[in-house]
Design a binder for this molecule. Structure first.
Ligand code: GLA
Length: 377
């Protein structure tokens, strides 16, 4: 990928730049908890974005998206916003840096990635954090790492229409090889957890349903609004910390839909903590049981699953897979599966054939390795 980028960069800009990269993420558990002030448990993966960048001394950014074979040029003022959605991520990062007082100017860039788009693996966070990290480095801005993550998050809010939480950008910036991170999204304290399922005889694999997930303008923002309404009724800033009893007590003051959504979030809060405790004991069976509970909570209460992902989780269960669930924001994308080594081949074969028979194509198998986040190459 790096060679292809370099070749295109030389052709377009007849110079050489510096290389920066960042990562997509998985999330073991803790879905839709981030914007509720709760816990998440993600890790960066060995798939991400790479960009070659060179400052060009003008006020213009000249960018080429290698995977899409598209070029775009834009200035750095608010009114210069490009129309291409991929370019808006880069533009948004520039604007958010400028809004925070960072002095930046134009640059040339070619970038490419290997995180599948719309698969719930945070391709957009990988793009944002690559550029946030790179611009901080190239312009010597001295921005702290949490702020780099927030720059990506604000880009989503202000330029891409998704009121996301902080999980994806956090994972993409802070990711560390061989470690998951438990982040408390209220205090922003986090802890690295060594994670090596192989050592315990398990494998982690994603199955991409290829149902495109599109969070922009999607019911994602509605879910967040539901949670905020219930939190307000409870007199809290976040749903975090609320109990089922408290929720029951206000049941007639919230809509049925908001009630179900809050019920999912409150349950998920507890599941993340259970999973962390189980992992410390090497108890992967409990980890897996909670993953299934998350899946069905996301499907029935939070209503962010789809038929194809429910089907994959069901097949996993039938094959004796330890844990399986929809991963990320939902509405399509992947399941994340924790499977005993000896069951792996049988599960993959069955998932492929059963899915293909029903939906006309196989799910794509993605093996992930927990890796480092944003960095200079
Ligand atoms: C998307 C968002 C995250 C998070 C997840 C669901 O990936 O970007 O902030 O809310 O969905 O856990």
């Amino acid at each position: 990928m790096k060679e292809r980028i370099a070749e295109k960069f030389r052709t377009l800009f007849s110079e050489e730049g510096e290389f920066f990269a960042s990562a997509g993420r998985i999330n073991l558990i803790g879905e839709h908890t981030d914007y509720n002030g709760g816990f998440v448990f993600p890790g960066a993966i060995d798939k991400g974005m790479i960009a070659e960048i060179r400052l060009n001394g003008t006020g213009t950014v000249r960018a080429f998206a290698l995977d899409l074979d598209e070029y775009c040029e834009f200035g750095l003022n608010e009114e210069d916003a490009p129309v291409q959605s991929w370019a808006r991520y880069i533009f948004g990062v520039c604007r958010e840096i400028i809004k925070r007082g960072g002095e930046i100017s134009g640059f040339d860039t070619v970038f490419a990635g290997d995180v599948p788009l719309g698969a719930g693996m945070s391709s957009s966070a990988a793009l944002e954090s690559t550029f946030a990290f790179a611009l901080d480095n190239l312009f010597n801005l001295g921005i702290d790492k949490f702020e780099l993550a927030r720059i990506g998050q604000s880009t989503e809010h202000n330029y891409c229409g998704v009121n996301c939480g902080i999980m994806d950008q956090f994972a993409s910036v802070f990711g560390k090889k061989g470690h998951l991170m438990r982040l408390d999204c209220r205090s922003m304290e986090f802890e690295y957890f060594p994670f090596d399922p192989g050592q315990h005889g398990y494998r982690l694999v994603l199955l991409n349903s290829l149902v495109k997930h599109e969070l922009v303008g999607s019911p994602y923002n509605d879910r967040r609004a539901s949670c905020e309404r219930v939190a307000a009724v409870l007199g809290q800033e976040f749903l975090r910390g609320a109990t089922m009893e408290q929720l029951e007590a206000v049941r007639d003051k919230v809509s049925d839909e908001d009630y179900m959504r809050a019920r999912y979030v409150i349950g998920e809060e507890k599941r993340v903590l259970d999973v962390c405790a189980a992992l410390e004991k090497g108890d992967y069976e409990t980890v897996g049981a909670r993953m299934y509970a998350t899946h069905w909570g996301m499907s029935k209460d939070y209503e962010v699953s789809c038929e194809e992902l429910d089907f994959l989780a069901t097949v996993a269960k039938e094959c004796g897979v330890t844990g399986s669930r929809i991963m990320g924001g939902g509405f399509g994308g992947c399941t994340i599966n924790l499977v005993k080594g000896e069951l792996y081949d049988g599960f993959i074969a069955k998932a492929k054939s059963a899915f293909a028979e029903k939906y006309g194509h196989e799910p794509v198998v993605i093996d992930v390795v927990i890796s480092d986040g944003a960095r200079k190459l």
